[in-house]
Write a protein that binds this ligand. Structure first.
Ligand SMILES: NC(=O)c1ccc[n+]([C@@H]2O[C@H](COP(=O)([O-])OP(=O)(O)OC[C@H]3O[C@@H](n4cnc5c(N)ncnc54)[C@H](O)[C@@H]3O)[C@@H](O)[C@H]2O)c1
Length: 281
């Protein structure tokens, strides 16, 4: 029996669903039979994406939701409950990945990254938990391979995604025995509008042609559908890497061009550790 038939008329809320990975997840869920609330801080993009799916006959709802605001979460969960009776799946996807080292990251950037990438998922889980408990629902947090494979220059991002992994495992433990599950999906590099903007800011013209090992928004959507399926509900408290296995061997180079030179898009650090030359007094 196709996975979607089990999930028909289940209800999902996806954050950051206006574009990129969030839209890929919302699309996969709609095709699998979910009624999907597409939420985003950018109300117009949420509305555009919801009508894209609505026009194909899928039941959707578009809402403005800034994940850093507890009252906005209460409102969003209330709207979904009023429309569809409750929530079966929460997908915490909204996130930012600003560049910055220990030194160049200022407090405002740290606070913003942690608020969106880590506090947001907590507020969402807190607001959704009564409904998820009632309906034996599940939570999927969108992390990153960088949660366990740090990269120089991604200071606040790596810290937030490592925190999100801790949160995922903590939620799985606290909800054990309640019929609720919580997992993290960790994509490798994904070509999305947000990532293209960052590449442009970094002076890189575009995603290089012919890059191998890219993950797609559809890949992430497929993983979320699996975790919400009956078979996926045996999975709890894990990090599911979607990077073709690069995290196993990664040494700060993530994506490889397919030519003989095997150019690393992110350069490895030349001298990772220099011991002090004299003992400190
Ligand atoms: N693109 C990648 O290479 C990649 C790799 C691994 C993990 N991820 C993760 O996937 C998720 C989505 O990334 P993407 O590449 O699709 O990004 P994106 O920038 O293309 O899309 C992110 C969406 O989140 C929304 N958003 C931003 N702040 C928000 C807030 N406070 N409240 C609600 N919505 C907000 C944006 O408006 C946007 O629509 C992020 O959590 C990111 O860390 C991305």
């Amino acid at each position: 029996m196709p996975i979607g038939q089990h999930l028909f008329r289940s209800t999902a809320l996806v954050t950051g669903a206006g574009r990129g990975i969030g839209l890929g997840i919302a699309t996969a869920l709609a095709k699998a039979g979910f009624q999907v609330a597409l939420t985003d801080i950018d109300e117009d993009s949420a509305a555009r994406s919801a009508s894209l799916l609505g026009d194909q006959g899928y039941p959707t709802l578009a809402m403005k939701l800034d994940v850093t605001q507890a009252d906005a979460w209460a409102h969003a969960v209330g709207e979904v409950t009023a429309r569809w009776g409750g929530l079966d799946l929460l997908v915490n996807n909204a996130g930012i990945s600003p560049r910055g080292t220990i030194e160049s990251t200022d407090e405002a950037l740290w606070d913003r990254t942690l608020a969106i990438n880590l506090k947001g998922p907590w507020l969402g889980i807190k607001a959704s938990l009564p409904s998820l408990q009632r309906r034996q629902g599940t939570i999927v947090n969108i992390g990153s391979t960088r949660a366990t494979r740090p990269m120089p220059g991604l200071f606040s991002y790596v810290t937030s995604k490592a925190g999100l992994l801790g949160l995922t495992r903590q939620v799985a433990v606290e909800t054990l025995g309640q019929g609720v599950t919580c997992n993290m999906v960790a994509p490798g590099w994904v070509d999305t509008p947000g990532e293209r903007l960052i590449q442009a800011e970094q002076g890189r013209p575009d995603f290089p042609q012919g890059v191998s090992n890219l993950t797609t928004p559809e890949d992430v959507g497929g993983a979320v559908v699996f975790l919400a399926s009956p078979a996926g509900r045996k999975v709890n408290g894990i990090i599911l890497y979607l990077d073709s296995g690069l995290h196993v061997a990664d040494d700060a180079g993530m994506v490889y061009l397919p030519d003989e030179q095997s150019v690393r898009y992110h350069q490895p650090i030349a001298n990772p550790f220099t011991p002090p030359s004299e003992p400190r007094s």
